[in-house]
Design a protein around this ligand. Structure first.
Ligand code: SF4
Length: 323
């Protein structure tokens, strides 16, 4: 089934790529903030004996929002309250999506998923959240779960499913112990092609053994699936991860990050103009990061990518159909 495309996609005058934040502002009339929570679903891939201990880059926190801190196992209401008060205090935020961010947030039977999602969405009387975002693995989404997610979209919420892909190359997926291949991602994407559902892929730039053209090929493969969004991360090594151990043992080295804006620009050029770019680089808390020691701040990265596209005279989608 074809996903109905939002009519308002496209670039702003100010940007050479299709910024998700800008599209959200258009759809919701103001800036939208995500309240990240841990729904307590864990990740099947981290369970010893089933998932061989998880992906090699996975941080012990598995992506839980930093403001949750030690409270990541608190009940949902407390987590949401903590997130809201942080975002309101720090950014005067007023519009929110509920974001099941940590681990694999579809890793439970559909009836439990429904109960947990509904419990979170009911916070504050039920009219607080304008959208639902669920981050998960491609092998954790079956037809029933896809239908469940679509039912929230039918109820009026903007619903995004963020699927970890990281690389479209099976040799890399095996190397970083993802536990699925590219075909599994394609199948999940097809299952999620339901009215109102938007799907985004996570891609990591700089994975061990990957060349610049490998990374661009992954963006191109994501583009061919007609995804509604893409989220780029640059490889950063989390303390306690298997990849950090490989680094400390001298088995891998990090790529030259000075090429990051150029590689991101290459990837943007192959994405369809309507695909929303949710982020351009990782945002790992400094205390969690073993390497690299210094990373440019997010704003500088965005400026560097815009400058790269300006200097090339290109924009998102420029290279569609080429090479
Ligand atoms: S799927 Fe996600 S949570 Fe699970 S091991 Fe991999 S990175 Fe960690």
């Amino acid at each position: 089934m074809q996903v109905a495309r939002p009519p308002e996609f496209g670039h702003t005058e100010a940007s050479r790529f299709n910024r998700h934040a800008d599209r959200l502002r258009e759809r919701h009339g103001e800036r939208v903030w995500r309240v990240g929570v841990d729904g307590g679903f864990s990740c099947p891939h981290r369970i010893a004996g089933r998932g061989a201990g998880g992906c090699t880059y996975c941080a012990p926190s598995a992506g839980a929002a930093t403001y949750l801190g030690a409270g990541a196992r608190e009940n949902l209401d407390s987590q949401i309250e903590r997130g809201l008060s942080f975002l309101r205090r720090r950014y005067a935020a007023r519009a929110f999506f509920l974001y099941f961010q940590a681990y694999s947030s579809t890793n439970a039977p559909p009836e439990r998923l429904r109960a947990v999602y509904e419990e979170g969405l009911a916070h504050g009387g039920g009219a607080l959240f304008r959208g639902l975002v669920v981050s998960t693995r491609p092998d954790c989404v079956d037809e029933e779960k896809a239908e469940l997610l679509a039912s929230f979209a039918a109820g009026g919420l903007e619903v995004w499913v963020e699927l970890g892909l990281q690389s479209a190359h099976d040799r890399t997926l095996a190397r970083i112990r993802r536990g699925h291949d590219f075909a599994a991602f394609e199948r999940a994407r097809r299952r999620l092609e339901l009215p109102g559902l938007r799907t985004a892929a996570h891609l990591i730039l700089g994975l061990p053994g990957e060349s610049r053209s490998d990374m661009v090929a992954s963006a191109r493969a994501a583009a061919e699936l007609g995804l509604e969004g893409v989220k780029f991360h640059d490889l950063q090594l989390a303390r306690g991860s298997a990849l950090a151990a490989e680094y400390l043992a001298g088995e891998i080295s990090l790529w030259d990050r000075r090429s990051l804006p150029a590689v991101v620009a290459d990837c943007l050029e192959v994405l369809p103009p309507e695909c929303e770019v949710i982020r351009l680089c990782a945002d790992m808390p400094a205390g969690e990061r073993l390497a690299p020691r210094f990373v440019a701040d997010k704003t500088k990265m965005y400026e560097a990518v815009e400058a790269e596209l300006v200097s090339r005279g290109t924009r998102q989608g420029s290279a569609r159909g080429r090479g």
